[in-house]
Ligand binder design. Structure first.
Ligand SMILES: Nc1ncnc2c1ncn2[C@@H]1O[C@H](COP(=O)(O)OP(=O)(O)OP(=O)(O)O)[C@@H](O)[C@H]1O
Ligand SMILES: Nc1ncnc2c1ncn2[C@@H]1O[C@H](COP(=O)(O)OP(=O)(O)OP(=O)(O)O)[C@@H](O)[C@H]1O
Ligand SMILES: [Mg+2]
Ligand SMILES: [Mg+2]
Lengths: 257, 257
């Protein structure tokens, strides 16, 4: 039984890609088979996993819009049991191309169908918007949406719009969609603001916010420049330790051995 | 003669809104008449200037899609000479509505026509994407695009896609569009990474990068929670001082008395 999670938030720079890539590495380390789907034209997850987006012959674009099998697009990464459906610059034009297509919100769900039995988890990294790429991610996410929320005031503002979209998708496209969890990121111990934001989020989403809070940690910003996850680059840093704790908490919450 | 700037970058969380709001406050302090256009459905610029997006009767949405005059939408802010064309949640649906419209990339440019003579500068804050809202911003930006670039590795990746879009808009929609400047943001003195990224950007865009670098400064994150710009909240903080310096540098570069 494969569980598909989308890590959505239209607010930019809140740690969506960092959370997907870090959790994927930790889950693979625990022995699970993981597929990361990079659904952002910026291809940050692809480069964070050590691949060069412009050098790939095929990407998730071809699997969504040209009926190429996802299995032909999936590529191995440096980590065992961690595979990637990479992004490419071609994805930038995808949303406009999808507008007129039949069942356009289901393109990713259909593409995933052929690959699900090979993986325990699929983690989808969408772009910072609520457009068709993110709608595809939410429609495919039978395990639910995990929302990274940066501990900054401006990151609070967009949450109600995000919840509107999640509710609409649940009503019209994916009845299984729910908020599977909320991850507080870039928590800065030096400022009261982080704690104020964290409390506000816990109040609005009782029972959904993971106990593990991801601190601001320079190593998390450095790891992608080496094409490595935090688990390879600095596993004993505060960033590495907190994502490992988050993984354990996730496994308990979702009943994974 | 009014100059219109767009502050575009599809990478999320790089400081677009913070730069627009901070520069606007500084330019108004220098005696110039400023209009901020909030083109992001998240309405971060609107709340950073102390207004509540959900309580406004009209927003930029009505000026773009319902032929309401921009002058009827513009609202005053706490700062003298700093006006705002606010965003609202309705803007979230705008991009899909625009797809089929005639001259859809010119909607903002046409809306601005009626208001230009009242302002010295118009600063546009787009969402983190290269969709129709950002295309409208670039098409209206006769002064050019100013690109905030966060001093992080992942922020480098999207610059070539952004430049592709800028060049396409310059060729087909706005011959005056150019890169008017690049602002390095969230520079962290504690890590080599920031300097490496800054050097890389200066190498790729010779002569475009402002000398003034904006440091990471907690006060910039706190100011929006009070609905104030950094010039009101903490004018003598490193964040306040650096944006004041950037404003002076901008005025020199663009020959503003
Ligand atoms: N906990 C953290 N501490 C410090 N830096 C971080 C942390 N998490 C992420 N970063 C860095 O902050 C930047 C933004 O993170 P990331 O790119 O993962 O966010 P995102 O939500 O995926 O952005 P986008 O909206 O553009 O897709 C990146 O440069 C990343 O390396
Ligand atoms: N120099 C800085 N130092 C510290 N924090 C900053 C700085 N500049 C911006 N911030 C904070 O970082 C977050 C991201 O900045 P901001 O929202 O301005 O970026 P953006 O590019 O407009 O984001 P989006 O892509 O979502 O529109 C905000 O919470 C903001 O308050
Ligand atoms: Mg990302
Ligand atoms: Mg913004």
């Amino acid at each position: 039984m494969t569980t598909v999670f989308a890590f959505a938030n239209q607010k930019g720079g809140v740690g969506k890609t960092t959370t997907v890539v870090s959790l994927a590495a930790c889950l693979a380390e625990e022995g699970l088979r993981i597929l990361v789907v990079d659904l952002d034209p910026q291809a940050n997850a692809t480069s964070s996993l050590g691949l060069s987006p412009s050098s790939l012959k095929q990407s998730i674009y071809e699997a969504l819009l040209e009926e190429v099998s996802l299995l032909d697009v999936i590529t191995l990464t440096k980590r065992v049991r961690l595979d990637l459906a990479p992004s490419s610059p071609a994805l930038a034009g995808a949303e406009v191309e999808m507008v007129g297509m039949l069942a356009r919100e289901n393109l990713l769900r259909r593409a995933l169908d052929g690959a699900l039995d090979r993986y325990d988890f699929v983690l989808i990294d969408p772009p910072p918007s609520l457009g068709l790429l993110t709608l595809n991610a939410l429609t495919a996410a039978d395990g639910g949406v995990i929302i990274p929320v940066q501990c900054e005031y401006l990151a609070l503002e967009g949450l109600s719009q995000l919840m509107n979209t999640v509710n609409l998708v649940q009503e019209h496209l994916n009845p299984l969609l729910k908020v599977a969890g909320i991850v507080l990121t870039m928590y800065d111990m030096r400022t009261k603001l982080s704690e104020q934001v964290a409390e506000e989020v816990r109040r609005h989403f009782p029972g959904k916010v993971f106990q593990t809070v991801i601190p601001r940690n320079i190593r998390l910003g450095e790891a992608p420049s080496y094409g490595e996850t935090i688990m390879d680059y600095a596993p004993h840093s505060r960033g590495g330790i907190s994502y490992r704790m988050l993984t354990k908490e996730m496994m308990t919450r979702f009943g994974i051995e």
